[in-house]
Each structure stands twice: as C-alpha cells, then as structure tokens.
Write a protein that binds this ligand. Structure first.
Ligand SMILES: Nc1ncnc2c1ncn2[C@@H]1O[C@H](COP(=O)(O)OP(=O)(O)O)[C@@H](O)[C@H]1O
Ligand SMILES: [Mg+2]
Length: 363
C-alpha cells in the first residue's frame, strides 16, 4: 500500500499551478491503484484522477501511454462513422514538465480529468443499462475504425488469443507444479472437448475472413461511466488494452460480464445462469452501433462470441489454478478452480440455450 506522502507527491507533479486540497483512494479497479484529488484555482475547485500504473501487468509503460494518447486523439476526431458518438473522451492531464506521465520512486503515475457526477456498476442494473453500454462500446469501435491498428503497441502480447491461452494451459498441465491436474479431470476434459471453439476466430483471421480491428479489450460494465441523474453512458475508461484485436472479443466479453446472474466464484453451480433480456439488449445495442461496419463473417460468429470469450476466461482461471494462483488473486483455497467452473457452466448453458446463440441475422 502506498503511504499518503508519496500519493501527495505524485499528485503535485500534475498541479499546473493549482493548490492541492486533498487526495483520497478510490478503492476501485483491480489493476492500477487509483486516487482522486481536489484542487483549487482562482476560487474554483476541480478534481483529478491519478493512477499508479501496474508495471507487472503492463511492462511497457511508454507503449501503454503512446496508445492512450493516440486513441484519445482519434476518439476526438469527428469522423462520419461515429457522428452519433456523444460520449466524453477521457482526458489525459500532462505532468508539470509536459510529459504524459511522471516517474516517482514508487512507480509511474498518470492523471486524468475526473468525470464528475457519474457512477460505475459491477452488476448490470437492467436491459436499458445493458443497451446503453453496448451502444457506447460499439460506437467506441466505430470511432476507431479508421485508426490503423499497426499504429498501436500490443500492451500485453497475445492477450486476446484463445489459442495462446490454450498453449499456456497445456504447458501448465504438463508441468503440473502443484500436482492439481489429477483433481480437475472433468474440467480438463471440458476444455479438450471445446478446442474447436477456441480456434474459430483465429482460423477465420488466417483465412482472411475475420479482420483485425482496434478494440477496447476490457468491455466490462465498470469501465463505462454512467450519468448519476439520467443513467446515460457518458464516458468509456480503462483504455489500457485498447489495441489490435477482434471486434467479436469486445462484444463477447461485454455479454459474459453483464448476463451472468451468479457470483464469479459461486460454488453452487445450480445458481449459475444467464439473463436473456440483458443478452438481447446488448445484441441490439451492438447492432445499432457497430452493425454497419461488421462483415458477414463477424455477424455470423456473433452468437458464438460470448461462449468463446467465456471459455477462454475459464481456461485462464483453470491454468492459474494449475500454476499455483499466480495471476488472479485468491482469498480462499480452490477459488480459481471455482471461477473456472462457473465460466464453464455458463458455456454449457449458452450451448444449450438456443435464444442466446440464435444467429443475429435470423431475427
Ligand atoms: N476519469 C475518470 N473519472 C471518474 N471516474 C473514473 C475515471 N477513470 C476511472 N474512473 C473510475 O475508477 C475505476 C478504476 O479505473 P480503471 O481505469 O478502470 O482502472 P483498472 O484498470 O484498475 O480497472 C473505474 O471503474 C471508474 O469507476
Ligand atoms: Mg477498470
């Protein structure tokens, strides 16, 4: 944990002549450490949001910040593709020396304008909110349609690749450092029976059917700031995995996160379920915002996107269980195994459930 002196010291690097009144921890987000500061200048108060960047997860901080600047500049362009994009663009505040981030003894810090009067949600509040989030993320992709993906750095190499995750899993299984493989045979079989699903998108890319696009890469509901009064989506945050990927990934991850009705680590699998209304709202929102630029192959795979991403996330939990819980923090024994089981159960329900998987084009 950071002490308050070093947090103050970090905030002051971005003072820009303002007077610092207070800094407090936000206690949100799982990757960076986030703080809010309040300032006064000419009798006006303003707020900023500071993050000490996690350089374990993101090892190329200059690359990360290059992407952030490039992406936010593109989002500000008024391209015809996203003329309906009414969201506020995340604004990076430069440090006093003009750099986009400041290096202090405890790490690299960056600062954003604090978007006032908004809330974020860890659980979806209903169809209207789900539709709003889907439109926001779909428009986000539309805005970035003309940005050449090669201009961006892969901030975490192979992050979206399901086949890479499969290879990591197979290596963990061979090494079996914690000797846990024996106790997770049904889960291993489940994965091995679903490798076709893990290969679909990348096979499509190799055949020239599925294009590489700039995507958000972390389309969880809590990365959308919703207006406290109107409930409308106002701003998309957490742009650290915004890099070359597949459009289907953003759609699938949003569905995975928002339709789930159980806890992520639920041990009673009968409580795992999917909210159909929320699924349909996300699908509608995605089609209304991204539908115009998706190609026929992407549209065809859309009904499978959530299952692919859910399976891949389950695979990552299972791999982490095998390697000794190195990536996803645990509070109790077998928590990553339970998380994997929930994801796999969701995949089973998606497979059984015609409504979730029905082709979008047939409605
Ligand atoms: N510019 C901002 N204005 C207001 N709140 C923000 C802003 N940026 C982030 N937040 C809040 O902080 C949380 C964590 O930030 P985020 O960038 O998503 O970090 P992490 O990568 O750790 O998830 C968000 O879920 C949101 O609630
Ligand atoms: Mg976040």
């Amino acid at each position: 944990m950071l002490n308050s002196t070093s947090v103050h010291e970090a905030a002051l690097k971005f003072s820009g002549g303002r007077k610092l009144l207070s800094v407090e921890s936000l206690h949100r987000g799982h990757i960076h450490e986030t703080f809010i500061s309040t300032w006064s200048s000419d009798g006006e108060t303003s707020r900023m949001l500071h993050q000490r960047m996690n350089n374990q997860v993101f090892q190329d901080i200059p690359g990360l910040m290059h992407n952030l600047k490039r992406v936010t500049a593109q989002l500000r362009l008024d391209t015809w593709r996203a003329r309906d994009y009414q969201l506020e663009v995340l604004e990076v505040i430069a440090a006093n020396d003009g750099e986009a981030w400041a290096t202090l003894p405890d790490g690299a810090w960056r600062t954003f304008t604090f978007v006032d009067g908004t809330d974020t949600f860890d659980h979806c509040q209903g169809s209207e909110q789900a539709y709003g989030a889907a439109v926001a993320f779909g428009n986000f992709q539309a805005r970035l349609f003309d940005l050449d993906a090669r201009e961006l750095v892969e901030t975490i190499p192979s992050f979206f690749s399901s086949t890479h995750r499969l290879r990591q899993f197979q290596a963990a299984l061979r090494a079996d450092v914690k000797e846990r493989a024996r106790s997770v045979r049904p889960e291993i079989e489940f994965v091995m029976g679903h490798t076709h699903l893990l290969e679909l998108v990348e096979t499509g890319q190799a055949q020239g059917r599925i294009p590489v696009r700039v995507i958000h890469g972390d389309t969880k509901l809590n990365n959308v700031l919703f207006d406290q009064i109107t409930g409308a989506a106002r701003c998309i945050v957490d742009l650290d995995t915004c890099m070359p990927g597949w459009s289907l990934y953003d759609f699938g991850d949003l569905v995975r996160f928002a339709v789930s009705v159980s806890a992520e680590d639920e041990t009673d699998l009968t409580r795992v379920g999917l909210d159909q209304d929320i699924y349909r709202a996300i699908e509608a929102g995605w089609m209304d915002s991204a539908g115009a630029f998706l190609n026929a192959d992407e549209l065809e795979l859309m009904p499978l996107a959530a299952a692919i991403v859910t399976l891949t996330v389950g695979l990552r939990f299972l791999t982490d269980h095998l390697t000794g819980d190195e990536y996803f923090k645990i509070q109790r024994e077998n928590q990553n195994l339970d998380r994997a089981r929930v994801q796999f159960e969701m995949v089973r329900i998606m497979e059984r459930n015609g409504a979730v998987l029905a082709p979008v084009t047939s409605r």
